[in-house]
Every structure is written in C-alpha cells, then in structure tokens.
Design a protein around this ligand. Structure first.
Ligand code: HEC
Length: 200
C-alpha cells in the first residue's frame, strides 16, 4: 500500500518528510497571506463578493431605476428579454436574453455579470469586433451603479436560483484569488481541463 522505499529514492539523502514539511509550510504561509488580504478588504469574508446584494433594498431600489432607464429597452421591463433570444439570429446581433429565472444570466457569478455590463459581451467573450448587440456601460455607469442594477436583477430571482447563483459567485471569487496570488495561470488551468496534451 505505501511506498516504503520512497525515502531513499530522492537522491542526496534528503528525507521525503522534510520536503513534505517544507511544502506544507509554504502552503500555510500562502494561506495566511490570503486570509490577511481578505480581512483587510472586507471584515466579512463570507460576503466578500456580495457587491450586488439582493437583500439590500436601498441598492435594489437604485438598481431598479438604472435598469429601467438603461437596460429595459432591450432586456424588457419585466426582465423577459426579446422574442427569439434563444434561437440563433438569421442576421445581425442577437436579441437580448431575459434576466429572469428563465434566462442564462444567473448561471454566471457576480463578477462575470459585472464584466459583461461594464465592458460589453464582446470583450468578455474575447472576440475583437464582436457585435453582441449590447454596449459596454463603462462610460455611462459607475461601478456602484452597475452593481446596483445587478442587485435589482438578483432580487427578481426565486430563493433557489439566488442560492445557486451565489455558489457560482463564490467559486468565481476563489479562482480570482488564485489568479491574484499565484501568477501561474498555465499551471492552474490544468486542474480544470483533463486535456494535458500540449501542441508543439
Ligand atoms: C441595446 C440593447 C441592450 C441594452 C441597452 C442592454 N443589453 Fe444586455 N444584452 C443585450 C444582448 C443582445 C445580449 C446578448 C449578447 C450576446 O450574447 O452576444 C445581452 C447580454 C447581457 C448579459 C449576459 C447574459 C448572459 O446570459 O450571458 C447581461 C448580464 C446583460 N446583458 C445585462 C445588461 C444590463 C444590466 C444592462 C443595463 C445596464 C443591459 N444589459 C443593457 C442587449 C442589451
């Protein structure tokens, strides 16, 4: 069951236990750094991604007004989107999708929704000159206003959908922290993709 010969197979006589101990120390130090980092950003680590809080009715009220003036023209006053949004368009940009529970918006974490609204779907998709049919709101809305609009959208969801989307946001935040702390995107991406083959 165990590899009893491992200790001698390293060469140089450095026992495996020292290597393991060293790795654990590194992991512990990195963990503490993250912990301190998060504490200084927000005293409530569990809620650190809740920049769009559907339970904050002040924010939701502000967001409702932003949605009505900036988003409803395409996504619908009732958040139901435009007809045909789920079919590929014959030509031109896509119809606007719904933001209610019938749509796809809640499959994204908060940060990704924010990025779509701020920079437009094309930038988020990473496609140059992509005509997503939706402008980025970078120049028209402040970050707080964008978060408020998202809070309003989240407020419209039933509790089960909110819970599932919240989980997506938390997973997203963990990946975000990883990227900020460990600048080895090539290494970490391997964890999510079984395809370990590299084209040379
Ligand atoms: C001019 C029309 C238009 C306006 C105004 C508009 N959108 Fe959109 N929006 C679209 C279209 C079209 C898409 C689909 C783009 C695509 O998938 O290529 C979209 C996609 C999105 C998505 C991604 C949904 C998903 O499931 O991935 C979000 C989130 C979104 N819009 C939020 C907003 C918010 C919030 C506002 C107001 C601040 C807004 N939009 C204003 C047309 C618009």
């Amino acid at each position: 069951m165990t590899n009893s010969e491992n200790g001698d197979s390293q060469g140089g006589g450095l026992p495996t236990v020292w290597i393991a101990g060293g790795l654990m120390a590194v992991v512990a130090v990195v963990g503490v750094i993250f912990w301190i980092g998060f504490r200084s950003i927000d005293e409530q680590p569990a809620e650190m991604t809740m920049k769009a809080d559907p339970a904050n009715l002040d924010q939701v009220t502000i967001g409702a007004e932003i949605y009505r003036t900036q988003c409803a023209v395409c996504h619908g006053a009732d958040l139901a989107g435009q007809p045909g949004w789920d079919r590929p368009p014959a030509a031109g940009p896509r119809p606007a999708p719904p933001h209610n529970e019938t749509g796809h918006t809640w499959h994204h974490g908060d940060q990704q929704i924010f990025d779509v609204v701020k920079h437009g779907p094309g930038m988020v998709a990473g496609i140059e000159n992509y005509d997503g049919g939706m402008p980025g709101f970078e120049n028209d809305l402040s970050d707080d206003e964008i978060w408020a609009a998202i809070a309003f959208i989240k407020n419209s969801w039933p509790e089960t959908i909110r819970a599932r989307q919240h989980a997506a946001s938390m997973g997203e935040a963990a990946v975000h922290a990883e990227h900020n702390g460990v600048v080895q995107n090539d290494e970490t991406s391997g964890e999510h993709q079984d395809d370990q083959q590299h084209d040379h």
